[in-house]
Ligand binder design. Structure first.
Ligand SMILES: NC(=O)c1ccc[n+]([C@@H]2O[C@H](COP(=O)([O-])OP(=O)(O)OC[C@H]3O[C@@H](n4cnc5c(N)ncnc54)[C@H](O)[C@@H]3O)[C@@H](O)[C@H]2O)c1
Ligand SMILES: O=C[C@H](O)CS(=O)(=O)O
Length: 487
């Protein structure tokens, strides 16, 4: 049994309309610890009917929340932030138990999640409108912003707390009721957030969690129900496209945070030790299971050998293990299926001529463990050049010129995060402007924070989360034309 200071945080029922409920069918599904394969909890397995009731409850609760003064909404969100921070250790333990990441990374995720609640508790008061210069003597133009309405979200397992927080915080701040379906692999973190939402005083029906294994059935209800005005998704590009199409039937407002294929470019004028540090953290955070991980490490030929030597030495020092073990740098991957997918990409690269600089691979620690791999002499003919690896595998590519690096970096259908290391101001300006990505880390390998606009271009999605831009996805712009002013 998971040891918690506040055991009330570990919930197995879903939270709808201020009530903790079982599935209509009484069915449950198991949440397992990827490090040990042991069952952490048996969670109520809700479906489309319960989802519809959650949407109806949210719609009924919406007017009161919409009409709640923004300062009151802000205070409630701030209380929620304080409660999340106060329960960081327990929330991190729940997260590591269901997702596997090292406890230190889980604590960082909890604080990162809370930062979005804090940020949007403040942004709630800044949904400004406009007064526009009159086009004629007899009229005035006013623009106001209003909450878009009932919002549904579906999120992935790799950041089970942060991906929901990045959506529900702006939604509630804007005055929208929110229904979330967490990933079936990691529902416990979302349910724990609901415990604290209830304690913070978020009204019944305004924040709802629907946990269930039948994602397509829950998603079909969310994307088709006409009461839902906004749908926000974080996950793979393939599923994002499917859900976006489903939303089109009722013209829902959508936000899509999808897959990535981040280039990490090291120019010959880079500070090499800084570039190595940045590449390690960008590549191996969450065992390489983040949408912004370095997916292709492009190194200019003049520093390739030096970088490869320092980078592989650092990788060999990484410790693979159970996330609860304080010495662990890399926890398990989420499933054995994920391990097999990564292994197939490595095998393809080796068959096509890549060299294993750090062998790594499947580990005797367990079915979900994969020791870090570094591949040299990788080319764009190998599958891992175009596919999102989503695992602890670092492919090194050699390039000659700045133009070649930018061309290689942009040769992808994705456009989420990108990184490069250079100390030359002219190069920094040219490359930053030339990269076709929503986010560019310059001499930095970790760039996500609540104050910056997170999001991508091309098939990495639409919309931005966090920053002063984030609340806009949950607001509608209304134009008021005041006539008869001259009478
Ligand atoms: N851009 C971002 O901010 C971001 C953040 C995290 C993860 N991701 C991406 O997510 C992917 C990894 O996460 P994943 O494997 O959980 O992705 P996934 O798309 O398989 O699943 C994401 C969510 O969608 C649900 N889902 C799956 N099929 C569905 C369907 N037919 N109808 C409704 N819901 C469905 C899942 O249950 C889960 O909750 C990677 O591609 C990663 O890049 C992107
Ligand atoms: O995996 C996707 C997350 O958005 C990564 S981050 O924690 O926001 O950088």
């Amino acid at each position: 049994m998971l040891e918690l200071t506040n055991p009330a945080l570990l919930r197995t029922q879903s939270y709808i309309n201020g009530q903790w409920i079982n599935a209509d069918s009484g069915a449950t599904f198991e949440v397992t610890d990827p490090a040990t394969g042991k069952v952490v909890a048996a969670v109520s397995d809700l479906g489309a009917d319960e989802t519809r009731r959650a949407i109806e409850a949210a719609a009924a609760a919406w007017p009161a929340w919409r009409d709640t003064p923004v300062k009151e909404r802000a205070k409630i969100l701030r209380r929620w932030y304080d409660l999340v921070i106060a329960n960081t250790d327990d929330l991190a333990r729940i997260l590591t138990a269901e997702q596997g990441k090292p406890l230190s990374e889980a604590k960082t995720e909890i604080v990162y999640s809370a930062s979005y609640i804090e940020w949007f508790s403040e942004e709630a008061k800044r949904a400004y409108g406009d007064v526009i210069a009159p086009p004629a003597r007899d009229r005035r133009i006013v623009v106001i912003k209003q909450p878009v309405g009932v919002t549904c979200s579906i999120t992935p397992w790799n950041f089970p707390c942060a991906m929901i927080a990045r959506k529900m915080a702006p939604a509630l701040a804007a005055g929208c009721p929110f229904i979330a379906k967490p990933a079936q692999e990691t529902p416990l973190s979302a349910l724990a957030l609901a415990v604290l939402a209830e304690e913070a005083g978020i009204p019944a029906g305004i924040f709802n969690i629907v946990a269930g294994e039948n994602a397509p059935a829950i998603g079909a209800e969310m994307t088709s129900n006409p009461l839902v005005r906004k749908f926000t998704f974080t996950g793979s590009t393939a599923v994002g496209k499917l859900l976006q199409a489903q939303c089109a039937q009722t013209m829902k407002k959508t936000s899509m945070e999808l897959g990535g294929n981040a280039p990490f470019i090291v120019f010959d004028d880079a500070q090499l030790d800084e570039a190595v540090k940045g590449a390690i953290i960008s590549k191996y955070r969450n065992a390489g299971q983040t949408c912004v991980c370095a997916n292709r490490i492009l190194v200019q030929e003049g520093v390739y050998e030096a970088f490869a030597s320092q980078f592989t030495a650092a990788v060999k020092n990484l410790t693979l293990g159970n996330g609860f073990d304080g010495h662990t740098d890399l926890g398990p991957m989420i499933t054995a299926k994920a391990v097999n997918k990564v292994e197939s990409l490595v095998e393809d690269a080796l068959q096509k001529g890549a060299q294993a600089l750090v062998a790594g691979g499947p580990s005797s620690l367990g079915d979900c463990f994969y020791a870090p791999v570094v591949l040299g002499d990788v080319t764009d003919q190998m599958n891992l050049f175009t596919e999102e690896i989503f695992g602890p595998v670092a492919p090194l590519y050699k390039f000659s010129t700045e133009e070649e690096a930018v061309r290689m970096a942009n040769d992808s259908k994705f456009g989420l995060a990108s990184y490069f290391y250079s100390r030359d101001i002219g190069r920094i300006s040219r490359v930053a402007e030339g990269l076709e990505y929503g986010m560019v880390g310059i001499n930095e390998g970790i760039i996500s924070n609540e104050m910056a606009p997170f999001g991508g271009v091309k098939e990495s999605g639409q919309g931005r989360e966090g920053s002063k831009y984030g609340i806009g996805d949950y607001l509608e712009i209304k134009y008021l034309c005041l006539g008869g002013i001259d009478k």
